[in-house]
Design a protein around this ligand. Structure first.
Ligand SMILES: Nc1ncnc2c1ncn2[C@@H]1O[C@H](COP(=O)(O)OP(=O)(O)OP(=O)(O)O)[C@@H](O)[C@H]1O
Ligand SMILES: O=C(O)C1=C[C@@H](O)[C@@H](O)[C@H](O)C1
Ligand SMILES: [Mg+2]
Length: 186
């Protein structure tokens, strides 16, 4: 692979492993890793909990769309997006048109276990985070699927193993699209 691989954009629910796998994948590919949540925090000079508290979810989503537009214009990065980035159709267009989108998909019970000790996700600071995760999953799973070029379950696989599998999938994806465009030119 190498030069011909476009940017890789990871989407999926909270706790699917976008940040964890994104960092490892970027290292493997020798590319820059960017996390849209961290980027928004650095641009704002405040953490996500603060943005939600002061500007509401709507304010956060506006910042997120600006961030996704800017970041997806980079041609060779690995980008981990926030769990709700796919809710906005503009974001879905930016992602789908500008790189390879990978949907990391984990069952709700796994999402819950992976997010339960970390208080940095404002949407989950509720008495029943399992129900929130379930409702978000029902609403968003069709949107993750709509935008994805590749879908990978992450529930029961070690991050390093996941990255090896993902490298293989990316390789076949690039080969297939290269073959398809060669045929079009024939
Ligand atoms: N494949 C995996 N196996 C075991 N633990 C994992 C795996 N992937 C991620 N984790 C753990 O789950 C937690 C959440 O992972 P991570 O922050 O990467 O999720 P995320 O998809 O980026 O979530 P968010 O949308 O909230 O940013 C971390 O503690 C991470 O170490
Ligand atoms: O699923 C979501 O809507 C969110 C996921 C996180 O990555 C952050 O973007 C924020 O906490 C909102
Ligand atoms: Mg993350």
């Amino acid at each position: 692979m190498g030069q011909e691989l476009p940017s890789v954009f990871l989407v999926g629910p909270m706790g699917a492993g976008k940040t964890t796998i994104g960092k490892l994948l970027a290292k493997q590919l020798g590319r820059t890793f960017v996390d849209s949540d961290w980027y928004i925090e650095s641009q704002t000079g405040a953490d996500i909990a603060w943005i939600f508290a002061k500007e509401g979810e709507a304010g956060f989503r506006e910042r997120e769309t600006r961030a996704i537009d800017e970041l997806t214009q980079n041609s060779q990065i690995v980008l981990a997006t926030g769990g709700g980035a796919v809710m906005c159709s503009e974001n879905r267009e930016f992602l789908k048109q500008r790189g390879i989108v990978v949907y990391l998909n984990a069952p709700v019970e796994v999402q819950l276990a992976r997010t339960s000790k970390d208080k940095s996700r404002p949407l989950l600071q509720q008495p029943n985070p399992r129900k929130i995760l379930q409702d978000l999953y029902s609403a968003r799973d069709p949107l993750y699927r709509q935008v994805a070029h590749i879908i990978m379950p992450t529930g029961h696989t070690y991050p390093r193993h996941m990255v090896n599998q993902l490298m293989q999938q990316l390789e076949s994806f690039v080969d297939c699209t290269t073959d398809a465009s060669a045929h079009q030119e024939d």
